[in-house]
Design a binder for this molecule. Structure first.
Ligand code: NAG
Ligand code: NAG
Ligand code: NAG
Ligand code: NAG
Ligand code: NAG
Ligand code: NAG
Length: 499
């Protein structure tokens, strides 16, 4: 299937984005307020839903909206039914719906002074001032007038229900010849009315002040897309918020219960929720499969439009340390769980089974939660038997404030020749790291991220016992960590597998 694209640019303007200066900007969520709209009612269409032909399904793109003469922009997304042509005037007419004597029928709008009226008929002509207009919100619904005759039978798939058992239809207007013998172009080129499928069916329209019946005409049908794609995603950097939450992922104890100085190993597993929500937009069907093409991401994420997608992601780290017999260390893995929220603009393309795709620019809000970086924290070495800290070669006074090491040994220092070596390796699939979307925030300064692409070469005492490592490089870094009273040499090794 070849898919050509036509682009319809939406009227919503793209917000100007200012350069991001800090880590997170003050949040002022863009409220996607739907502009002053009248009363709306759902539109039902005749669909080939699942296997059953003839189910009435609520349209995701069309809606009936009460006409509001004060809203000059209302007709911008109204569905056209034809043109009104006269010597003085030339304007589109729209599909409208009225209730006459308790029965719903459709017609077309015409202008009377500065407002629209609905020309519709049920037996006799009627000009209606209170009516509903058919709206194609978001301009993503594909609608077409489809030829109909009573011989090709039945209700076309996608026909739009007006009331009980009648569907929007039209018939080309026949104009009486003018003085010169040619056809005079005065009035609407089509008369709108309804298809009544009783028997073989009839199209009934308002014509010359009366209702007329025809065996053929055109029926309005809506085609709904089967999937969407989101591309050219641009975040509003000024309104982007990044909330960071350092959370404990897992903790464990590495201990040597043997009788030789040996390397102990432990695999620590943890999981986190990877969440994404790309917002909603009027006229875009909720739940439809949507591929999200983010910049520099090889495979698109697959979501269901307007629904939150949540995945449990699992990671494993192997922790190694050489320990003396009878000693242990506590190891904790911490992760920076980030929630990014940002208004964005993007190009949304809708795909249809048997016609070309439609694209338009939309704005919505995205929210993503992910694990940005995982850090290891470990305790001083202690005796398994009594929990007393084991003094190591360096005994310095308590100067640094650390997040972990707490006690100072009151014992006689029994110097042990080496401080423990603690090493961490990533095992299996890696899912944590700065999010692809977050990376696009810094396009101009892409590689100056701090402490995230690689383990820092030297660590300040403030970060003692915190060995950070992230995504983006395969580095081995050796860090000297100054814990309270104990010097610990940590070798942080990052092995990135299956990135
Ligand atoms: C983006 O840049 C800011 C400031 O230059 C920096 O603080 C932040 O860590 C960067 N983020 C990423 C994902 O590169
Ligand atoms: C309706 O669906 C059935 C079964 O899925 C299919 O055979 C038929 O061609 C469809 N009709 C139309 C008009 O799409
Ligand atoms: C941080 O994460 C913890 C655990 O995941 C959660 O209970 C807490 O509410 C979060 N705090 C914030 C400010 O999001
Ligand atoms: C190690 O962890 C245990 C609990 O698992 C705790 O009681 C103990 O105080 C910890 N030791 C050190 C030195 O942090
Ligand atoms: C704790 O146990 C170790 C090993 O048995 C021993 O050397 C140390 O003296 C003990 N410390 C205390 C305070 O009991
Ligand atoms: C790291 O520390 C060593 C020794 O303390 C020092 O020579 C080196 O310059 C430091 N490197 C950086 C990048 O600060």
């Amino acid at each position: 299937m070849s898919r050509r694209r036509s682009t319809i640019m939406g009227s919503r303007s793209c917000r100007s984005s200012c350069p991001l200066t800090g880590i997170a900007c003050v949040m002022a969520l863009l409220q996607l307020v739907t502009p002053g709209q009248g009363h709306t009612h759902p539109v039902l269409t005749y669909k080939n839903a699942s296997t059953q032909l003839g189910q009435l399904v609520t349209s995701s793109t069309l809606v009936w909206e009460t006409y509001d003469p004060k809203d000059s922009k209302q007709m911008q997304s109204a569905v056209e039914g034809g043109k009104y042509i006269s010597d003085e005037e030339h304007y589109p007419i729209y599909v409208c719906r009225v209730t006459i004597d308790g029965v719903r029928t459709s017609g077309h709008t015409e202008k009377k002074q500065q407002r629209h009226v609905c020309v519709a008929a049920l037996f006799k002509h009627a000009i209606n001032e209170n009516f509903d207009v058919l709206m194609n919100r978001g301009h993503l619904g594909k609608i077409a007038w489809k030829h109909w005759t009573k011989f090709n039978a039945g209700i076309p798939v996608g026909a739009i229900l007006i009331g009980d058992e009648s569907y929007i239809a039209r018939h080309r207007a026949v104009h009486p010849p003018n003085a010169e013998g040619g056809e005079s172009h005065r009035g609407a080129d089509y008369n709108l009315g309804r298809l009544e499928p009783v028997g073989l069916g009839k199209i009934k329209v308002a014509e010359n002040d009366r209702e007329k019946y025809y065996d053929d005409g055109e029926v309005l049908v809506e085609t709904e897309p089967f999937s969407y794609e989101l591309r050219d995603i641009k975040l509003d950097r000024l309104r982007t918020s990044l909330r960071e939450n350092m959370t404990e992922l897992a903790s464990s104890v590495l201990e040597n219960r043997g009788d030789t100085y040996a390397t102990m190993e432990k695999i620590i597993s943890y999981s986190f929720d990877y969440l994404q929500y790309w917002g909603s937009h009027e006229g875009v069907a909720k739940g439809l499969p949507t591929k999200i093409y983010e910049k520099n991401v090889a495979t698109p994420a697959e979501i269901n439009w307007a629904l939150k997608r949540s995945e449990k992601r699992h990671e494993n780290k192997a922790v190694f340390s050489k320990l003396w017999p009878g000693t242990a260390i506590n190891v904790t893995l911490l992760g920076n769980y980030v929630t990014l929220e940002a208004p964005y603009t993007a190009k949304l393309s809708a795909f249809y089974y048997d016609s070309e795709s439609v694209s338009r620019k939309i704005s919505a809000e995205v929210r993503k939660s992910y694990l940005k970086d995982v850090k290891m924290e470990f305790s001083p070495v202690y005796w398994i038997e009594n929990g007393t800290l084991v003094p190591t070669t360096t005994t310095t006074s308590t100067t640094s404030t650390t997040t972990h090491a707490t006690t100072t040994s009151t014992n006689e220092p029994t110097p042990i020749h080496e401080p423990p070596m603690v090493r961490v390796e990533h095992v299996g699939d890696k899912h944590s790291g700065p999010d692809s979307l977050e990376k696009t925030l810094n396009d101009s300064t892409s590689t100056n991220e701090v402490n995230s692409h690689e383990a820092p070469e030297n660590m300040s005492s403030k970060d003692a016992a915190l060995a950070g490592f992230g995504v983006g490089g395969s580095n081995n870094a050796i860090a000297t960590i100054q814990a309270t009273g104990y010097s610990v040499l940590a070798v942080v090794s990052i092995m990135l597998l299956n990135l």
